[in-house]
Design a protein around this ligand. Structure first.
Ligand code: CCH
Length: 286
């Protein structure tokens, strides 16, 4: 047990659990990043609902959303950290874990502040269907991400997280990694999106994704229809090209946009204290 508010101690314990020889590509990092993103990505600016505050994925309505399939692995990885540092809220832990994992996998420093509460009123649980559907195109991406307040450039920058991890047939139905080294944060995703020949491939399940090699190759890489949309959309493409040729710019922009993602729905005063949530009693102040 650490002292309340000692996020440095929590960071260290998150970093220690990333190495998981038995899991996926040997790292819990990518799935932790996805947990952080999905905990935030339900935000709707119009109704000011969703977002990381509340850690709604602990409840079936959000946790059982098919879009969140597989993220129980990430939550289970983090459980010993929560047990050891019982004072931390799940909403802080999940967002912090994403930030720590990105850094440990070679990515940028991402500013992060704590103070989220786990209180979530029933009416504040986001409805399902707010996370993106990978089978769709650029209109859908804009519809989903504009709702959270992100621009075209921010959509492209956030998507660079697909240099991490893989798709799992038993989770999303899609299958395979985007890059050859999926536990290293990089701008490879953009480079490969532009430089490889991608062709449509129908999986046995009937789901369509894009592949660069023969169907049977062990080293085949993949792109989702939404990934291809970034390349095929005239307004998205210049940002894909920018991040493919300028890794430093990608790291800097990704850091800013991931911070913005983790702060959706949160209002702070000059000292960093959250002012739209009653931290003593929990819940939003409306
Ligand atoms: Fe993603 N993502 N993502 N993604 N994602 C998947 C996996 C990861 C979409 C669909 C999928 C972001 C944006 C999008 C990660 C981070 C981010 C999978 C496979 C699908 C499908 C899930 C599975 O089968 O396990 C779509 C659509 C969008 C639209 O833009 C954003 C934004 C981020 C973070 C900033 C990471 C990391 C993974 C790998 C997870 C793992 O378990 O390896």
């Amino acid at each position: 047990m650490s002292q309340k508010g000692d996020f440095g101690a929590v960071r260290k314990d998150i970093a220690k659990l990333l190495h998981q020889p038995e899991y996926d590509d040997g790292s819990a990092g990518p799935v932790l990043v996805r947990l952080a993103w999905h905990s935030c990505g339900t935000y709707d600016s119009e109704t000011d609902t969703g977002g990381s505050n509340g850690a709604g994925m602990r409840y079936e309505q959000e946790g059982g959303d098919p879009a969140n399939a597989g993220l129980q692995h990430a939550r289970v990885f983090l459980e010993p950290v929560k047990e050891k540092h019982a004072w931390i809220t799940y909403s802080d832990l999940w967002t912090l874990a994403g930030v720590v994992a990105i850094k440990e996998m070679g990515g940028p420093d991402i500013p992060w502040q704590g103070g989220r509460t786990d209180y979530v009123g029933e009416t504040k649980l986001p409805p399902r269907g707010r996370l993106p559907d990978a089978a769709q195109g650029s209109d859908h991406l804009r519809f989903i991400f504009n709702r959270m307040g992100f621009s075209d450039q921010e959509i492209v920058a956030l998507s660079g997280a697909h240099s991490l991890g893989r798709c799992h047939a038993d989770r999303s139905g899609f299958d395979g990694p985007w890059v050859n080294n999926p536990t290293r944060f990089s701008n490879q995703y953009y480079i490969l999106l532009l430089s490889l020949q991608w062709r449509k491939k129908k999986l046995p399940s009937g789901i369509e994704q894009f592949t660069n090699y023969d169907e049977d190759s062990e080293t085949a890489l993949m792109m989702l229809p939404t990934d291809m949309a970034l390349r095929n959309d005239r307004a998205f493409l210049p940002f894909v090209e920018l991040y493919a040729r300028n890794k430093e710019r990608f790291f800097a922009d990704f850091s800013k946009v991931f911070e913005k993602l983790s702060e959706l729905g949160i209002v702070r005063d000059a000292d960093g204290n959250i002012t739209n949530v009653d931290v003593e009693f929990g819940g939003y102040i409306s």
